[in-house]
Design a protein around this ligand. Structure first.
Ligand code: GDP
Length: 296
């Protein structure tokens, strides 16, 4: 199910509820069941869907609502707010502060779009007058440094990496030190991805974090990974101090549930979404407009 379908299905469930002559327990139940089915098929975790159902039932107490109340609107608002709440971990992400060298570390599986996203993130801030720099601490994937170098050169962003050094921790440290000396205010460290959530990857991540002391660790997740989203996000959260999430490939056949699950698993907000392969196909994530757009 693509993201637009998830929204469409929820909207239709709400519409059907609205069309009922009388809104009673049965109508509400059917509406919530259909919304739950839509969320399940968009790969949202079972527990999250259950919580959502319970929360809405608590807010929409049909017996207590006086006849004059607009039950339709109350239910619609409750669903909207509940979807927003699922995307809101309750605390904002660290925002880089000008005038100091902010170190931002990117983590995620190989192929998630991590390297592309590092450049998009740097470019986003560069356009706003920041002085970003990119460090390639991915020595595992052949070609990772070339890719970062190519992207960085295109965007005229300074970069650091090595063709010969095999220790990512050493590169990360040298890169961050170099750019601190050059007064860069946004130093972005791209780490190695690997295919699986293997122990060696997490150990490497821990060591890179130890030497670079990032102000923010961003977890990059491909929106099309489906049911694996929650477990993958949680595994990264357990090994690194993930403080924000970027969801990539939202232009593709993205299942909307990934974003919801990643927030739940990392207790961190989504800050940007990737919407294409190009440098400027990158959007600041805002919960309410996102949910509004989802519901059409
Ligand atoms: P990494 O292995 O995690 O560093 O992933 P890459 O940055 O190399 O990206 C893997 C592939 O996904 C590349 O072909 C990218 O162009 C592509 N990609 C990254 N972000 C997006 C996105 O938001 N939308 C689309 N359509 N493709 C993306």
């Amino acid at each position: 199910m693509v993201l637009a379908e998830l929204g469409g299905r929820i909207s239709r469930a709400l519409q059907q509820m609205s069309n009922a002559t009388v809104i009673d327990e049965d109508v509400l139940k059917e509406c919530l069941n259909e919304i739950s089915r839509a969320l399940f098929s968009a790969d949202v975790q079972f527990k999250m869907v259950q919580n959502m159902q319970a929360n809405i039932k608590k807010i929409v107490n049909l017996e207590e609502l006086a006849a004059g109340h607009n039950k339709r609107r109350i239910i619609q608002e409750a669903v909207f707010n509940e979807l927003c709440a699922m995307l809101d971990p309750g605390k904002p992400a660290f925002t880089p502060k000008k005038g100091k060298p902010n170190v931002i570390m990117f983590v995620g599986l190989q192929g998630s779009g991590k390297t592309t996203t590092c450049t998009k993130y740097a470019y986003h801030y560069q356009k706003k007058g920041w002085k970003p720099a990119l460090v390639c601490a991915d020595t595992f994937r052949a070609g990772a440094f070339d890719q970062l170098k190519q992207n960085a050169t295109k965007a005229k962003i300074p970069f650091y990496g090595s063709y010969t050094e095999t220790d990512p921790v050493k590169i990360a440290q040298e890169g961050v030190d170099t750019f601190k000396k050059e007064n860069c205010d946004l130093i972005i460290v791209d780490t190695s991805g690997r295919h699986k959530q293997e122990a060696a990857l997490f150990e490497e991540m821990r060591q890179v974090a130890e030497v670079t002391q990032p102000d923010l660790v961003i977890f990059v997740m491909d929106s099309s990974i489906g049911q694996a989203a929650f477990d993958q996000a949680q595994a990264f959260k357990q090994s690194a101090a993930v403080g924000a999430v970027i969801i990539t490939k939202m232009d593709g056949h993205a299942k909307g549930g990934g974003a919801l699950s990643a927030v739940a698993a990392t207790k961190s907000p989504v800050i940007f979404i990737g919407t294409g392969e190009h440098m400027d196909e990158f959007e600041v994530f805002e919960t309410k407009p996102f949910v509004s757009r989802l519901l059409g």
